[in-house]
Design a protein around this ligand. Structure first.
Ligand code: ATP
Length: 374
């Protein structure tokens, strides 16, 4: 649910995103809360001549509990006015900084101070953290081990490692990509595993970036898309199939427009034999038709399909397929009239229902729309 409000700056919210949890409420109480929030955020007279700012309020993670109560997070962002420039290449991660593959022996809390929650997913919670020795900021992803017990053996390491850790270690091998989030160290305790991740800031996930920004031009979209294709290509070249590319697994630096791919929780080692469709764990809106209807799906065509969905989402601010049936039939929602013919062509190629006919990463990078300078 998303609504636009205008509030004077001096009131409840500062320039940073505010994030709070409400509930658990039953439906009636939640509606009353929303109504009250609406009253408080509805435009007021700007008597003192202060700037009025537009905010976007997003509601997510609405959870229905057995008691019928609802817990929801709400966020208030200042509306971003994104300058129409080419994105800068994100800061490269220094590989020397990264220690070996063993879990760190010390306790997490002796080395890091955990602060607010950056995000929650189905498998874990990600916290903003400060390293005590130098005050540097990181994102720490904490995962319950009963959910993430599968280990895999990767080349170069003598023993099996938890899957997400193992795949992130593979991505640490030089050359490191500036477009893929890096893991610095990890902690392994009896019930919980913690991954210390790079924290690009100020950043927000692509879905929120799209909903809070004033209209994104094709120049900005092209810059983001180029980075995303390079990120995904880098993963495949390093033997990692991301398998869950969607708008909540992409971070955008709101100052530089640098992009980083996150969340390797559903990733696999690249293989040419394909993956069982019944085990597909990625977001269904970004899922290719073969993973819904065929016994197997394959790494590169799946990634290319998801790239097509992300590009469509960026230029239209809505998803190309509302229902899985639409994905199967290939009936794409209509484009906004402002979307260029070249951009539509690239989306159409990526969303080809026949996996073998989709372009390769290099073909996408050479596409007329991606190459265009305007
Ligand atoms: N390195 C990071 N820096 C900043 N925020 C992050 C970082 N990693 C994750 N987040 C935030 O935390 C959220 C959840 O992270 P992530 O997707 O890795 O968790 P998950 O449990 O695997 O989620 P999913 O349900 O998508 O599988 C992200 O959507 C994002 O908002």
């Amino acid at each position: 649910m998303k609504q636009l409000y205008t509030v004077p700056l001096k009131r409840s919210y500062d320039d940073n995103m505010s994030r709070c949890q409400v509930g658990p409420y039953n439906t009636e109480r939640l509606l009353a809360f929303l109504n009250d929030l609406h009253q408080r955020l509805v435009p007021e007279q700007d008597q003192e001549g202060e700037n009025m700012r537009t905010f976007v309020i997003t509601w997510d993670n609405v959870a229905f509990h057995h008691s019928q109560a609802i817990t929801t997070w709400f966020e208030v962002h200042p509306r971003l006015n994104v300058p129409d420039t080419n994105p800068a290449v994100p800061e490269p991660t220094s590989v020397q900084d990264l220690p070996n593959c063993e879990p760190t022996k010390e306790s997490l809390y002796s080395l890091y101070e955990l602060q607010g929650v950056l995000g929650r997913g189905s498998f874990g919670t990600v916290y903003r953290a400060i390293r005590k020795t130098d005050g540097r900021q990181f994102a720490i992803k904490r995962l319950c081990k009963w959910n993430n017990t599968r280990s895999i053996q990767i080349p170069g390491y003598s023993k099996p490692l938890p899957r997400e850790v193992a795949l992130m270690l593979m991505l640490r091998r030089p050359p490191v990509s500036p477009y893929v989030i890096q893991m610095y160290e990890w902690f392994d305790r009896r019930l919980v595993m913690s991954l210390v991740l790079e924290f690009p800031h100020p950043c927000m996930v692509l879905r929120k970036f799209i909903s809070t920004s004033s209209a994104l031009t094709e120049r900005i979209t092209r810059g983001l898309m180029r980075q995303l294709v390079l990120a995904v290509q880098h993963c495949i070249d390093h033997g990692v199939f991301h398998n869950d590319i969607h708008a909540d697994n992409i971070l955008v630096n709101t100052r530089t427009l640098g992009l980083k791919l996150i969340d390797f929780g559903a990733a696999h080692l690249v293989n040419s034999a394909g993956y069982d469709s019944w085990r597909y764990l990625g977001a269904v809106e970004f899922c290719p038709p073969e993973a819904l209807s065929m016994p197997k799906y394959y790494a590169v065509p799946t990634n290319v399909w998801s790239l097509g969905v992300v590009l469509y989402f960026m230029v239209n601010r809505q998803l190309p397929f509302t229902y899985a049936m639409q994905t199967l039939e290939g009936s794409i929602n209509s484009f906004k009239s402002t979307v260029s013919t070249e951009c539509r062509d690239l989306i159409g190629q990526c969303l080809n229902r026949i996996p073998e006919k989709r372009p390769t990463f290099n073909q996408i990078l050479r596409h007329q729309w991606i190459q265009s300078e305007s």
